[in-house]
Design a protein around this ligand. Structure first.
Ligand SMILES: *Cc1c(COP(=O)(O)O)cnc(C)c1O
Length: 375
């Protein structure tokens, strides 16, 4: 069983949908499939019924959406960096020839809104600020509301947010938090096979985007979003993932993925219950780890509800991973320079709390047999 922070475990029912015969992407079945996506996507991005924001889907990885989001944003980009994915987004901005500035804090921390305010005042103006909601490399979740508040005094600066290991695991409040562009791959808390991304853009972003020359073709946000509204894709889409996404969004909205006690919920209540499940799984994972002397890498108040990054201290991480693999469970080592110093458990998507108990008792067994298990 996969407990890594992406790709995540996919329910067999959804995998089976992906094995269905193909159909033409210019025909009525594709149109109907795309039409089924919008109600669930609007719930996933937290859009009010009257919101003017646009949702869409594109057949690319989240990394390609990092690039796409910047194409429509203008030339002056401020990147908030606190881990590997936020750094990658900054590198993409530089590779696109943007005039980039970086506002960086040590891995595991989050960029405070006061630092953003200072950077905007001292180094601005900027066309856009990029921020990663849940840094999957460090397990740190950045509070977006205070950043959005600071930015409300800078109407020319767009807020672009990577919600990859966040969406469908925790609430995205696109309108209330003044986001202008948000995107995610579906292989994290949406618990689907990789290959497509979901996105949401404000009307303000769309206006800015239309004013940019040379937006390319395959990643042009205008082409992607207008195409989606017309139920068309710019190129052949990843048809199996579209079908599975349509089902998954409907299942989440119908309470299908919830514990039995909450299975009667539907609509935004069902989504809220899914978020609450992730909160409980984080609390359980952190409680278990604390019992073994393994503290959270980010400060507790910034720990992501979907991925726990835990300090290994004296623990032999490779030994833990190998012992779990023997018992049929896969978790992740630390990312990059954090390898061996931390390890990560992706408790997101359609994982259940009963499943988490199985993982943790297997981990207890492994730890009992390791030299520096902390007890
Ligand atoms: C996984 C991940 C990405 C990259 O997603 P790809 O689909 O592999 O491009 C980007 N940002 C975050 C926060 C992620 O967790």
């Amino acid at each position: 069983m996969l407990w890594i922070p992406g790709p995540t475990h996919v329910r067999p029912e959804l995998l089976a949908l992906c094995a269905r015969p193909m159909f033409g992407h210019r025909g009525p079945v594709m149109r109907e499939t795309i039409e089924r996506l919008d109600p669930g996507l609007r719930l996933a991005f937290g859009l009010a019924p009257a919101s003017t924001a646009h949702v869409a889907v594109h057949s690319v990885s989240a990394t390609a959406m990092m690039e796409s989001s910047l194409i429509g944003a203008g030339p002056r980009i401020l990147s908030l960096v606190n881990g590997a994915f936020s750094r990658r987004w900054h590198q993409i901005a530089a590779a696109l020839g943007k005039r980039t500035q970086i506002l960086e804090v040590p891995w595991g921390e989050v960029v405070p809104s006061t630092a953003l305010e200072r950077a905007l005042g001292e180094q601005g103006p900027f066309d856009a600020v990029t921020v990663v909601a849940s840094e999957t490399s460090t397990g740190a979740a950045t509070p977006l509301a205070p950043l959005g508040e600071v930015l409300s005094a800078y109407p020319q600066t767009l807020l672009l947010v990577d919600v990859v290991s966040w969406i469908a695991g925790a609430p995205v409040d696109f309108d209330a938090q003044h986001l202008d562009f948000a995107f995610a791959g579906v292989q994290k808390a949406l618990a689907l096979p990789p290959g497509i991304s979901v996105l949401c853009a404000s009307e303000r972003y769309m206006e800015r985007c239309r004013a940019q020359e040379h937006r390319g073709y395959a990643l042009d946000p205008e082409r992607i979003i207008t195409g989606h509204a017309l139920r068309k894709t710019p190129a052949t889409p990843a048809i199996p993932q579209y079908v599975a996404l349509a089902q998954q969004l409907e299942d989440i909205s119908a309470g299908v993925t919830l514990p039995e006690s909450a299975g009667h919920l539907s609509g935004s209540d069902a989504w809220a219950a899914r978020f609450a499940k992730h909160e409980r799984m984080r609390a359980r994972t952190h409680g278990w780890a604390a019992g073994h002397g393994l503290p959270s890498f980010p400060a507790e108040q910034h720990a992501s509800p979907t991925v726990s990054c835990l300090r290994a201290n004296e623990l032999d991480v490779a030994g833990l991973l190998a012992g779990l693999a023997q018992r049929g469970f896969e978790i992740s080592n630390g990312y990059g320079a954090l390898k061996g110093e931390t390890f990560r458990i992706g408790h997101m998507g359609d994982h259940t709390e009963e499943g988490l108990e199985e993982l943790l008792s297997a981990a207890d067994e492994v730890l009992a047999g390791l030299p520096a298990a902390g007890h």
